[in-house]
Ligand binder design. Structure first.
Ligand code: 5AD
Ligand code: SF4
Length: 437
């Protein structure tokens, strides 16, 4: 017999929505009387909250399961959660005998009862996408760090030909505005000063009367909430109303993550992206007209099936034209069940490697230039963690740059700094008061 677990650990991989789900699972287990195991300590229950987006991420789930075997041959109760769990279901139990339960992203509110079934000798699997929303049964949010995630929308109806998300997260669903506002208030009461609204297609959030812009305007009325962000947006859902919010909602931060994936219309068509290079540029122009200082970030895939050197050169051109402040770039990874996985003209790994290196070098030039342009300027940072050096703290600018600064301010404080140095992914700063003195 497996004894009932007293301690747990949740390890999340992949996107910010997984981080959010991981927090909610931890709160749920906490509400059941279990305690979070301290860093490095043994846990009776380990939840691996996995990502299926690329092959490497998915394979990692199984090697992580294997590593949970203890030196004495015993093991914790192992819950496979997240998108690999959703994609593999029963198959996961065959692939690893160590896995005790499998729970998908829409069913994790059932985690406590599934753990009880494991204690009773079963190996339950739940990858349902039930009509009852997990959000209705999860415990109320209580404590929060200064910067919190809040899922407002899940799933995707866009069906990009490379992407597993429609099958792991289901169809597009928007949470009710009232529930979101209640959760946001609870997060602010629990210590949050910044909230990032999450969705696979967050800018597709809508109800009968309003779109994401309306929701943002409502949330901006919450006292104590200083900063609002949202991610990830699809270019075709970037409405004029949402763009206008960037001009006139001061709490909405000047940052937009707007993945383009490729700079070639032929490849965008093969990806089923439903936007062109020209329509993407038109959107960026409107966004910059509304908020000239906005930082634009993006996602890129190199080596999509059929991508020629000329198509890749078009991607470098779009990078130069947009001047991304930050970006994430990946080699194309064929995913089971997606249309692109069986397309002809798969690009050889060595070609992908070489293109990724060139793309990342170009992206780093632009992010460094973006950061350099802020040197010497004063800005407000929200401190969210400690640095490695004594007395060093790290906080985020409105443009989501990390600033390292020596200060005795605390996590959650918002302080004025002047940036003094720039790297591709961070800035050095000094206290504005220190510089003046
Ligand atoms: N291969 C490589 N990258 C992918 N992404 C999504 N699916 C794949 C895939 N099959 C990237 C896209 C997306 C980001 C979250 O991951 O750039 O925007
Ligand atoms: Fe990974 Fe996508 Fe699932 Fe997030 S939604 S965990 S990125 S597969």
């Amino acid at each position: 017999m497996t004894p009932s677990p007293k301690s747990f650990r949740v390890k999340s991989f992949g996107c910010q929505m997984n981080v959010y789900d991981g927090e909610r699972m931890a709160e749920l287990l906490g509400a059941e009387g279990m305690v979070a195991a301290a860093e490095g300590a043994d846990a009776d229950l380990v939840v691996l909250n996995t990502c299926h987006i690329r092959e490497k991420a998915a394979d990692r789930a199984y090697s992580d399961v294997g590593r949970l075997r203890r030196a004495d041959g015993s093991k914790p109760i192992i819950a496979l959660a997240g998108c690999v769990a959703q994609a593999e279901g029963e198959e996961a139990k065959r692939r690893s005998k160590m896995i005790d339960l499998v729970v998908g992203p829409q069913a994790y509110h059932r985690l406590p009862e599934m753990v009880a079934e494991v204690v009773g000798g079963k190996r339950p699997v739940d990858t349902d996408m039930p009509a009852i929303s997990k959000f209705d049964v999860l415990p109320v949010r209580q404590r929060s760090g200064p910067s919190a995630f809040l899922t407002v929308q899940e799933g995707c109806d866009k069906f990009c030909t490379y992407c597993v998300v429609p099958s792991t997260r289901g169809a597009e669903v928007s949470r009710p505005a009232g529930d979101i506002v209640t959760e946001a208030r609870a997060l602010v009461d629990g210590g949050a000063r910044e909230i990032t609204l999450l969705g696979q297609n967050v800018n597709a959030w809508a109800n009968e009367t309003q779109g994401l812009d309306g929701l943002i305007r409502t949330l901006a009325g919450i006292e104590g909430l200083e900063r609002i962000r949202y991610t990830t947006s699809h270019p075709t859902d970037m409405t004029d109303a949402l763009i206008a919010a960037h001009a006139d909602v001061p709490k909405l931060m000047p940052y937009l993550h707007l993945p383009v994936q490729s700079g070639s219309d032929r490849i965008l068509k093969a990806m089923n992206r439903s936007h062109s290079v020209a329509s993407y540029f038109a959107t960026i122009d409107k966004v910059r007209a509304a908020r000239p200082d906005i930082a634009i970030s993006g996602d890129f895939i190199v080596g999509f099936p059929g991508e020629t050197e000329e198509n890749f050169a078009d991607t470098l051109r779009i990078v130069d034209a947009v001047r991304y402040a930050a970006a994430y770039s990946f080699k194309y990874s064929p995913r089971p069940g997606t249309p692109a996985a069986t397309m002809s003209d798969q690009v050889p790994a060595a070609v992908m490697d070489e293109r990724l290196q060139r793309l990342q070098a170009r992206l780093a030039e632009h992010s460094t230039a973006f950061n350099r342009a802020t040197v010497g300027k004063a800005t407000t940072i929200l401190i969210d963690r400690r640095g490695r050096l004594p007395g060093q703290m790290i906080g985020k600018t409105p443009w989501l740059q990390s600033v390292f600064v020596e200060t005795n301010a605390k996590i959650g404080d918002m302080i004025e700094v002047i940036t003094v140095s720039a790297l591709p992914n961070s800035l050095g700063g000094v206290l504005a008061t220190a510089k003046a003195a």
